[in-house]
Design a protein around this ligand. Structure first.
Ligand code: SF4
Length: 412
């Protein structure tokens, strides 16, 4: 195992993405905004708690909310370290049949721009990431009905044998698609993916875990119960996962609170089982550009909204250790401030990102800039692995992968 110092990512510069040509969007018809009537509080799970948090939101000033969340951050993670990870998003396919109305990334099967990356292309991207100090890849793609389970198993074995690195991959709804295509139950899918080399699962696809909202923005995606069941199945298989919330899609505050409370209940169950659990929570506001919802007139998330959501999430999710900012969607300055509203992680220095940038948002920046932002907010920046172990405390490589014996020599 080499112990060469990790390179500083000064070579990664902000990228400019050209807007998607209108013609390539093809089937993304502009549809009118459907009507949405939120459920009353007393018809919801956790109704008393939702009512109590609504009262907090109405009566506690933002800075006081932030101070409470900051105190809880200190209690949960201690000290003044703010961590970040160096990784690369690899979107192995953009072919998708689920047509989420908020998505600017996917292409329908017959679209000229639909693709599936070859194993060699994926391997090359991993090698590039490792050369820049990357310690994980985030593998996510569309719901591609032409890829059976064997394709995923072969890919994972290929990565672990030829380009070993931590694989944080395949969100809950992709897992459900694999299960459907392969006609195998979810828990069996996890057993096989884990054996082949899957190390952890990202929390994408949660959006808002309230079915009335999901029906409104992504009617063909798994429902909220299924999203939670799949995460708990991953935990039962010994995999850690993350959890997310994309807000600002037309929902009401009660929906956000229901979402966060569902996550807390799910974490309680998983921690009691003692295998995998949620390692972190990440929230961000919907980015409408180039999506079917672009003309729905959904009010864009504001800074106050983001800080409130971050602080409330930290306060409610008292069984989650880590809350991550989303500088990619909120911008670096807002991300800095969120570090005083309960967040303790700056997320990922993404060597490549395609999903948010497809919606016209591009705040990717070099590592020195991330460190400068963290430092000037009054914290100490530290690189981490997926399981939140700090790189300088474990220079031999990702402890999760090392423990599983699946990493080999990362060359770092
Ligand atoms: S968010 Fe995912 S599932 Fe939905 S359309 Fe985009 S790629 Fe497909």
């Amino acid at each position: 195992m080499s112990t060469t110092a990790l390179p500083i990512l000064s070579t990664v510069t902000p990228r400019k993405r050209e807007p998607t040509p209108l013609g390539s969007v093809g089937v993304k018809q502009k549809t009118p905004r459907p009507p949405y009537t939120p459920q009353p509080i007393d018809a919801r799970p956790y109704s008393d708690e939702i009512a109590q948090w609504m009262q907090v939101l109405r009566t506690v000033p933002l800075l006081e909310l932030g101070a409470r969340a900051d105190a809880l951050r200190r209690q949960k993670v201690g000290g003044d370290v703010v961590s970040y990870i160096v990784d690369r998003n690899i979107n192995y396919t953009n072919l998708c049949v689920t047509d989420c109305k908020f998505c600017a990334f996917y292409r329908r099967p017959k679209d000229d721009e639909a693709y599936v990356l070859s194993f060699e292309e994926i391997g090359q991207k991993i090698d590039e990431a490792k050369a820049l100090g990357g310690v994980q890849i985030l593998m996510q793609g569309g719901h591609n009905p032409y890829l059976p389970l064997d394709w995923y198993l072969e890919l994972l074995r290929f990565i672990k044998e030829r380009h070993p690195i931590h694989v944080h991959g395949f969100s809950a709804s992709e897992i459900e698609m694999i299960s459907k295509v392969s006609k195998l139950p979810i828990d069996e899918i996890f057993v096989q993916l884990k054996q082949a080399g899957l190390d952890s699962m990202p929390g994408a696809g949660a959006e808002i875990l309230v079915d009335a909202v999901r029906d409104f923005i992504a009617p063909r995606k798994i429902d909220s119960q299924k999203w939670i069941e799949i995460h708990e199945a991953a935990h039962a298989a010994g995999l850690h996962t993350t959890a997310t919330m994309m807000y600002g899609v037309g929902e009401v505050w009660e929906d956000r609170l229901e979402h966060i409370l569902k996550l807390r209940a799910s974490q309680t169950r998983s921690l009691a089982r003692g295998k995998g659990h949620y390692t972190a929570f990440i929230t961000w506001s919907f980015q409408p550009l180039h999506t079917e919802m672009e003309e729905w007139d959904v009010p864009l998330g504001t800074g106050v909204d983001y800080l409130t959501t971050t602080a409330v999430s930290r306060l409610i999710l008292d069984n989650f250790d880590n809350v991550q900012v989303s500088y990619v969607t909120q911008g670096p300055k807002m991300a800095q401030i969120a570090l005083r509203f309960g967040a303790n992680d700056f997320g990922s220095l993404m060597i490549e990102e395609n999903v948010v940038s497809a919606a016209g948002i591009d705040f990717i920046m070099p590592e020195q800039e991330i460190c400068r932002l963290i430092d000037s907010a009054g914290f100490t920046p530290k690189r981490r692995y997926q399981d939140y172990t700090l790189v300088d405390q474990h220079p031999q490589g990702c402890p999760c992968c090392t423990w599983r014996g699946s990493l080999g020599d990362q060359g770092i």
